[in-house]
Unconditional design. Sequence first.
Length: 74
Amino acid sequence: MGGMGRPPGKTGLSFDVILNRLQGEVQKSRETGAELMGLTGAMGDVGDILSGGGVSILLFSLAVFFFTDVFLAC
């Protein structure tokens, strides 16, 4: 037996535990990616407005962001 009471070569982590942790990390990564896409679009819109773009671009982007956020929450 190993020093901690486990047979040598055994970590105590099952395949299911590792898979569940990986799935959780993938989900967090997807959520972060979606948030970054929203921020990227918002930053582009701010740049457009500051460079003389129209207000309609901002309103459209806010509507898209709102509806995307609502549908992602479902």
